[in-house]
Design a protein around this ligand. Sequence first.
Ligand code: C5P
Length: 401
Amino acid sequence: MLAGKRITLIIGGGIAAFRALELIRRLRERGADVIPVLTAGGAQFVTPLSVSALAASKVYQDLFDLTDEAEMGHIELSRAADLVVVAPATADLLAKMAHGLAGDLASTLLLATDKRVLVAPSMNVRMWQHPATRRNVETLRGDGILFVGPNEGAMACGEHGPGRMSEPHEIIDAIAAALGEGPLAGRRVLVTSGPTHEPIDPVRYIANRSSGAQGSAIAAALARLGAEVIFVTGPASRPPPAGVQVISVETATQMHDAVQAALPVDAAIFAAAVADWRVRAPSGRKIKKDGKGGLPRLEFDENPDILASVAQMKKGRPRLVVGFAAETDDVVANATAKRARKGCDWIIANDVRPETGIMGGAENAVTLITGEGAESWPRMTKEDVAARLAGKIADRLAGEK
Ligand code: C5P
């Protein structure tokens, strides 16, 4: 099942570290190669010798190790695998990851890697439930980090609750899904996200309040199900998730070109808040006040409708085209009309009146409009909207190859 796959396994300093030994054994039984990295804490629980013997590999432990740097530097090490797995992932390691700290080899690898990262948390129930850990987990999920567990049960410390590391077989299943054996494995999906910036002159532009949060969450959720995700993003305030192919653009025209270049895809989700108009002739120099109170006049051209151009393709159209409708009035009626006008299969309608706090906020309340009708979802986090939408996309594409 995992033949030929390379897994970098970071073993953190928790009592569950001993179960990482079994994980290594099972990974090797399935044909995977394991590159083990042991934190200083991890080495208090398992010895480098047992890790090395089971992995049949050198164990990496120090950031500043001359021999290691000569053989395989820490940046190379961070990219050498198909997937980076952290098991056990302690509260400390999660906090370091969430804040981008890079004070030792494990955290540096996690910051430098261009591969997807799967973590198996393991800690005392109170530590898991602490607001600081909650915040860190939320941040990491938003960054596209994959989680397996923790499970609920009796803990080594004698307490009971969520915090137990997942069983090795559960971690193996999560690794398989992360390596593209999920329901969207083999599917190529495009997601547009964020605002666009339309230049007026070299320092000024026209933009909108989109943060890119919903688009990022959708891209992360699709990647978690095994899809190859092409993420075309305008200048969003949220960083793109890990594990997706990021194409950064500024203007609607650039976004249009990037989308066309990314085709063909199985599904395309247009979550970007694209500017409807661009300034006809942006000035090459900063526009100055004339000192007499004269006002500049801007003329506009209409931007290409990226969603409509893909939804109405005669040949090579993605099997599923999903648009968004940010509305302030008559949300469902307007979005239903928009679905027909643009020619897309589904529209996710949301109410962006300022009092909803949705635009730029953490939550969303959406109505999914399909050919069959409208389905309103309760208000939930943008991550939950993304997970539910990704599940529906997987169901829709299932069986059509
Ligand atoms: O027409 P309106 O901007 O409300 O349509 C919103 C939907 O169309 C979103 O899915 C958005 O990403 C997409 N769109 C686009 N290109 C444009 C304008 C909107 O792809 N120029």
